[in-house]
Ligand binder design. Structure first.
Ligand code: MN
Ligand code: MN
Length: 453
C-alpha cells in the first residue's frame, strides 16, 4: 500500500522564502518593534544596564512577575492556565556581550599618558578594539559601601576613550608579518584615559589629575577600582543600516536581539497554557559559570518563588523535566564575501526569518544539545501554521569551526530545548548587523512558543 500522498506535487520541495515576502503586509509592526529594539540597544551596553532597563519596562505590566538575580540576570514570568507541576515554557537568552573589563588596578602613567589596563571578556577579534571610540560603563562600590553608576562616552558632549594602534609605517615587524592571532595581544589593550598634567604635583602628574576629576564627579579614589565592575564597550547608538534601512547595526546584538525578543514576547503574550518564563542570564560569553550565569541555580530558585506565589506545591527539578525551552541565541549569517566557510544550503541567510538551529557544537557536534526530531516537528508545525518566517541554520561548514550556546545546561534538567534566534552578519564584532525582519520574526516565534497549546 502506498503511503498518504501529498496532493499538490509542487509542494514536494522546500525552498525557504524571504521574510520580507512572508510579512509584506506587516511593515508597520516590523518598524515599531525595531524602533523599540534600537532604543534598547542604544541605552543598554552591559548586563547590569539591561536588567535595570527591563525591570523598569516591566513595571505596571499586568500579570508580569519579575525576579532579579544580583542586578545581572532576570526572570520575567507569566502565570499559565495549567498548574506549574505540568512544566513551564522557557525562553532563555543572555545579556552579556564581549567587552574589555578594567583590571583591579587599572591606572598607570607612562610618557605623560594615563592608561587603564584591561582584561578582555569574551571573543571579539582583538584588533577590532583599536582606534575606535569607546565608552566606560559600570558600577563602583566605595569604601563606605555606597555605590555609583558610571556611563562615560555615550552622550555626544561626553568625552570618549580609545586604544591607540600602531601606525602602518612602524607595524611591519610587530603586526604585518605575524599571524593575526599573534599580532594583537590582549595585554596591550589599554585605554587612553588622559594626558594633561597636574602642574602642582611632583610625580604621577597626569594620573593625579584624572583621579581628581574622578573624585570630583563620582567621589572616587584609586582603590575604588578594586570593588568595581567597569566595562569598556564600543561608544555610540544603534543605527539603521542600508539605504533601505532594512538592517540594524549595533554593539551587543549577540545576544540582546534574543533577550529583547524574549522580554517583548513575555510582556505581550496572553492566555498562556503553561507558566512562561523569559530567563535572561549573564556570563554566557565566558562559559556560563558564576552565580548569575546559566549554570547557576537561579531558575530553580525562580520556581520555588513561583510555587509560593501561586500556592502550588512543586519539586522544581520535576517541573523542569516536563518543560519545553527555546535557547535564544544568534547564529552567523551567510557572508557572500566568504562563501568558503559556509555550506550554502544549510547556512542561515539575512532576511529569512528566525533561525532554528537543531544542533551546535564543533568537530562532529561535540558540546551540542541536539533538538530531537519530535521537538523540531512541533516547533516547525506552529511556525508554519502561524506564517512566521523561519529557516534552519548551521554555523559554518563541517569542521570549519563552530560554537555553543546555553541550550545544553537546560537540557540537563531533562527539558526539550532548541536554539532559535536571528542570524547576524559581523557577529562578535563591535558593530553587529541584524535584519529588521529577522528580529521581528524572532519576537513572533518566541511569543508563538509561549502561546501555543
Ligand atoms: Mn550568544
Ligand atoms: Mn556570543
Amino acid at each position: 500500500m502506498p503511503g498518504k500522498q501529498t496532493k499538490d506535487k509542487a509542494d514536494l520541495t522546500y525552498k525557504p522564502k524571504s521574510g520580507w515576502e512572508i510579512l509584506k503586509d506587516n511593515a508597520p509592526q516590523i518598524e515599531t518593534y525595531n524602533n523599540e529594539y534600537r532604543e534598547f540597544l542604544s541605552r543598554v551596553k552591559t548586563e547590569r544596564e539591561a536588567v535595570s532597563y527591563l525591570v523598569e519596562a516591566a513595571q505596571g505590566r499586568a500579570g508580569l512577575i519579575v525576579y532579579e538575580n544580583r542586578g545581572k540576570a532576570i526572570a520575567l514570568c507569566r502565570k499559565g492556565v495549567s498548574p506549574l507541576a505540568d512544566g513551564i515554557r522557557l525562553v532563555v537568552a543572555h545579556l552579556d556581550s564581549p567587552r574589555l573589563d578594567l583590571k583591579a588596578n587599572p591606572l598607570y602613567e607612562d610618557t605623560d599618558l594615563v592608561m587603564l589596563r584591561t582584561h578582555y571578556y569574551g571573543g571579539i577579534k582583538k584588533y577590532q578594539w583599536l582606534a575606535r571610540p569607546l565608552a566606560l560603563h559600570g558600577l563602583v562600590v566605595k569604601a563606605d559601601g555606597s555605590s555609583v553608576r558610571i556611563v562615560i562616552g555615550e552622550d555626544s558632549d561626553d568625552p570618549c576613550f580609545t586604544i591607540d594602534d600602531l601606525l602602518p609605517h612602524l607595524a611591519g615587524n610587530t603586526q604585518y608579518t605575524k599571524k593575526v592571532s599573534d599580532a594583537f595581544q590582549g595585554e596591550k589593550l589599554s585605554i587612553i584615559f588622559g594626558s594633561m598634567p597636574d602642574l602642582k604635583a611632583k610625580d604621577d602628574k597626569v594620573k593625579r589629575r584624572v583621579l581628581a576629576l574622578l573624585n570630583e564627579k563620582y567621589g572616587m579614589v584609586e582603590q575604588d577600582f578594586v570593588s568595581a565592575d567597569l566595562e569598556v564597550v564600543p561608544a555610540g547608538i544603534a543605527r539603521e543600516v542600508g539605504l533601505d534601512r532594512s538592517l540594524i547595526g549595533a554593539y551587543g546584538q549577540d545576544d540582546r536581539a534574543c533577550a529583547y525578543a524574549a522580554f517583548a514576547a513575555v510582556r505581550d503574550c496572553s492566555n498562556v497554557p503553561c507558566t512562561t518564563v523569559a530567563l535572561l542570564v549573564d556570563k554566557e560569553e565566558i562559559g556560563s559559570d558564576g552565580n548569575t550565569g546559566a549554570k547557576s541555580n537561579f531558575l530553580e530558585e525562580v520556581l520555588w518563588e513561583l510555587s509560593e506565589r501561586f500556592q502550588q506545591d512543586i519539586v522544581p527539578t520535576r517541573v523542569l523535566y516536563r518543560s519545553r525551552a527555546i535557547s535564544g541565541d544568534v547564529n552567523g549569517a551567510f557572508d557572500p564575501e566568504y562563501p568558503e566557510v559556509h555550506e550554502k544550503t544549510n547556512a542561515a541567510k539575512i532576511g529569512y526569518g528566525v533561525c532554528v538551529t537543531k544542533f551546535t557544537g564543533s568537530r562532529g557536534k561535540v558540546g551540542s544539545n541536539e533538538a530531537h526530531a519530535e521537538y523540531m516537528g512541533w516547533i516547525r508545525a506552529f511556525l508554519n501554521r502561524r506564517n512566521i518566517p523561519w529557516q534552519t541554520g548551521e554555523l559554518g561548514k563541517v569542521d570549519e569551526g563552530g560554537g555553543g550556546t546555553v541550550a545544553k545546561y537546560f537540557a540537563e534538567y531533562g527539558m526539550d530545548v532548541v536554539d532559535m534566534g536571528p542570524a547576524l552578519l559581523s557577529m562578535h564584532a563591535p558593530f553587529e548587523l541584524s535584519s529588521k525582519v529577522d528580529t521581528y520574526s524572532t519576537y513572533l516565534a518566541y511569543r508563538a512558543f509561549m502561546e501555543e497549546r
